[in-house]
Design a binder for this molecule. Structure first.
Ligand code: C2E
Ligand code: CA
Ligand code: CA
Ligand code: CA
Length: 287
């Protein structure tokens, strides 16, 4: 058994005691933060590798905490998921993303960007109001359904019949579904048969070091083989692809040669506030 340190401990529903982590303590603060409007969204461009045109943006939440400063999602999303606060937080993310995307399309026209992508947690898919919330966010902001692409992880999608039903309803509305972190799950390939995905996002772990090809280490070779297999399979199934976490030009070049046409990563563009995206959309291209 674990030593009891000086920290706080809590008894969980399963009877086990675990330390009350910073995440759990943050949980109590999350509701107030949502009510006080402390969450903001950054947007990271999805970029056409051929000409650096912005084809979409992913919305990434931040917490502007009055004392802690900017808190990254890794430090509060797990607590939000455990406490259920991810449902109202996710609803806000969805609405704000749709509102912002509709404003960009109104300002710059229908070719300004193809889609906007918020992340969605599995907890949200189990909320009975989820489908209605998506429909209302689109109706109230005027964003066409086809401009919205929800990012879901494989593990979220593999949660049985109810989730599958919800995703088919969302798909039927014309909203696109993107499989995030693709290739890291256990049944990536079989999942594509049953899930109405439009986009697969190749996980960063297959992009890291994909450019080192000197007498290939088995690991580097395996990464390239996965990257190639994913883009070929996606092509055969009529799905779009995005390669995530591109950190240098060699990776962008290698992925482009493998058949990836869209990438995302610090080398292409960092996550940035909406007004920076507005400036970029005015010129259409990244520098
Ligand atoms: P994700 O959906 O896989 O998002 C990509 C993450 O990788 C983002 O981190 C992004 O800033 C980061 N990233 C992008 N390009 C690069 C790169 O070239 N190198 C490296 N090292 N990182 C890169 P971020 O914003 O900290 O978000 C982390 C995770 O938090 C996201 O992973 C997503 O799972 C979750 N998340 C973010 N916003 C939301 C949200 O609104 N709702 C939910 N449910 N989850 C969210
Ligand atoms: Ca994502
Ligand atoms: Ca991802
Ligand atoms: Ca991820």
């Amino acid at each position: 058994a674990k030593e009891r340190g000086g920290g706080n401990w809590a008894r969980y529903a399963d009877g086990m005691e675990r330390p009350v982590s910073a995440h759990v303590r943050l949980g109590g603060d999350l509701r107030r933060a949502l009510d006080d409007g402390e969450f903001t969204l950054l947007y990271q461009p999805l970029v056409a590798l051929a000409d650096r045109r912005i084809v979409g943006v992913e919305a990434l939440v931040r917490w502007e905490h009055p004392e802690r400063g900017t808190v990254p999602p890794i430090d509060f999303i797990p607590a939000a998921e455990r406490t259920g606060l991810i449902v109202p937080l996710g609803r806000w993310v969805l609405r704000e993303t749709c509102r912002q995307a509709a404003a960009w399309l109104a300002e710059f026209g229908p070719d300004a960007l193809d889609k906007v992508s918020p992340n969605v947690s599995v907890r949200q898919l189990h909320d009975p109001d989820f489908v209605a919330d998506v429909a209302a966010a689109l109706a109230d902001t005027g964003l066409p359904a086809t401009r919205l692409a929800l990012e879901l992880t494989e593990s979220a999608v593999l949660r049985g019949h109810h989730v599958s039903q919800v995703l088919h309803e969302i798909h039927a509305m014309g909203v696109r579904l993107a499989l995030d972190d693709f290739g890291t799950g256990e049944s990536s390939l079989s999942l594509l048969r049953s899930f109405p995905a439009a986009i697969v996002k190749l996980d960063k772990s297959f992009v890291d070091h994909i450019e080192d090809d000197e007498p290939g280490t088995p690991e580097a070779d395996a990464r390239q083989a996965v990257a190639r297999a994913v883009v070929q399979l996606a092509g055969a199934l009529g799905l779009d692809t995005v390669a995530e976490g591109i950190e240098n030009q060699e990776q962008a070049d290698r992925l482009f040669k493998l058949g990836y046409t869209v990438g995302q990563g610090y080398h292409l563009a960092r996550p940035m506030p909406a007004d920076r995206i507005t400036e970029l959309l005015a010129t259409r291209h990244l520098g």
